[in-house]
Design a protein around this ligand. Structure first.
Ligand code: UD1
Length: 423
């Protein structure tokens, strides 16, 4: 298994290009299942999660070709011939559940394994299933699979989500594009990835209004057609690399970065003493003093502070002056990076969903282990600020969500290398 070795090396300087969003691409790809005509996605990130979704769609009979080094994905579901998403693929990635709504809407039947994914809590899919049931689907949970049927097609419904779920909003939105009548999604997620999906679906002929607000209205149509769509910038990759100069010092420009994608996060950085400035090409981030100041953080659905940046923010706050309180409100059990940061000399107390972090002068390099995608990158960030060598083991999680991390950080002056493992 590959390892990443980081050696704290002082201030960073230069530019980092930000890729298309993994989470947007993972919901845009299944949208191909809604139409017989080709869907072309540009600005796609080159990540193992994208390859997993490719394998899943191909297993259903869809064609998926990665062109231009993987930055363009040409998809077609013309030859769809299998409606079962197998456990062996689905268990690798939770976003696989996003094939359920589209397949069911188009052909009236689908069998999808219940998903696995990152070990960050229970993460059920009940909201996805309830939304589809409200649209008339007949669901049966057997042998770890959802057996879904809607022989007469889905029909529009008013769905009031009891809690905000990105995935459930996406599944319901895709299914509703081909349902008979009008669907209203209340308490819908407002994430930029939802807005991006709505824009792509509209190019395919869907009638959608209200994306980016908590009420989305979809008027079902008989069929969707082909489209070409650029994947929105990855706000989590953006936020992660904004933390690199915040933690190591210096100034880094994030190419393609947009403030509206990370406003709540940027505000916390400013409070901590890190300047975030818009430039013609993106965002420039500079740490104003030798040390940042403690800030309190609460994770919330968009437009609040994203849970997917909580681990990375904790790495920064481990070096801040003062005590910060981080409250995780989206996922239970999402502090698995804390014991690893402790190995690097951090002072962190975790009680339930709250972590209290008291900044130390300097972290110390150590051997640490990545437990999930965002945790693994938080350990790399911590390594940028640590004295000596940090070895991050089990980085396969990292490759699910960050393309060429060692190259991107190496290009701005970080001492970082990947040591290839045997498998
Ligand atoms: C998406 C992102 C993930 C991010 C998360 C929250 C993708 C591929 N992944 O995940 O990176 O961390 O949004 O921003 O886009 N829940 C239920 N029942 C459900 C669905 C969700 O109880 O049926 C709960 C979850 O356990 C969690 C909360 O709702 O506590 C939010 O989860 P959700 O927004 O659905 O996350 P994902 O779409 O899985």
């Amino acid at each position: 298994m590959d390892r990443i070795v980081v050696t704290g090396n002082g201030p960073l300087s230069g530019q980092i290009p930000i890729a298309g969003a993994k989470n947007a691409c993972l919901t845009l790809m299944p949208a191909t299942l809604l139409s017989d005509e080709p869907l072309t996605l540009t600005n796609a990130p080159r990540l193992s999660d994208i390859r997993t979704m490719t394998t899943l769609l191909q297993s259903l009979g869809a064609e998926v070709s990665a062109l231009n080094g993987g930055q363009v994905l040409a998809l077609s579901s013309h030859g769809l011939n299998n409606h079962t998403a197998d456990y062996d693929i689905v268990r690798k990635m939770r976003a696989s559940i996003l094939v359920l709504g589209p397949m069911l809407a188009r052909d009236g039947h689908a069998i999808v394994s219940l998903p696995g994914g990152c070990a960050i809590g229970a993460r059920p899919v009940d909201l996805h299933l309830k939304a589809l049931e409200a649209m008339g689907a007949d669901l049966d949970l057997r042998d770890g699979y959802v057996h879904a049927k809607a022989p007469g097609g889905l029909r529009g419904a008013v769905i009031d989500f009891p809690m905000v779920s990105v995935g459930a909003t996406e599944n319901a939105m895709m299914a509703a594009t081909l349902a008979k009548g009008t669907t209203v999604l209340q308490n819908a997620a407002r994430e930029p990835e939802i807005v991006d999906l709505a824009r792509c679906l509209r190019k395919m002929g869907a009638q959608i209004e209200g994306e980016g607000t908590s009420t989305i209205t979809i008027q079902g149509v008989d069929r969707l057609h082909g489209a070409t769509h650029p994947v929105v910038t990855d706000r989590i990759e953006l936020g992660t690399y904004m933390l690199a100069p915040a933690i190591a010092g210096g100034e880094v420009e994030l190419l393609g970065g947009r403030l509206d994608l990370v406003a709540a996060f940027a505000e916390k950085l400013e409070q901590a003493g890190v300047s975030v400035r818009e430039t013609p090409a993106g965002l420039a981030v500079t740490r104003r003093a030798d040390r940042v100041q403690a800030v309190d953080v609460v994770t919330e659905p968009f437009p609040g502070f994203p849970t997917d940046l909580q681990a990375q923010m904790m790495a920064l706050l481990c070096c801040a002056e003062g005590t910060s309180v981080l409250e995780e409100r989206i996922f239970e059990n999402r502090f698995m990076h804390a014991p690893e940061l402790l190995r690097m000399g951090a002072k962190i107390d975790v009680h339930g969903g709250t972590a209290t972090v008291t900044g130390v002068d300097r972290l110390k390099g150590a051997k640490v282990m990545a437990t999930d995608l965002r945790a693994s990158v938080s350990l790399i960030l911590a390594g940028l600020a640590a004295e000596g060598e940090t070895i991050v083991n089990r980085v396969y999680h990292l490759d699910r969500g960050y393309e060429r991390v060692e190259e991107k950080l190496g290009n701005v002056g970080a001492r970082i290398e990947r040591i290839k493992g045997d498998d």
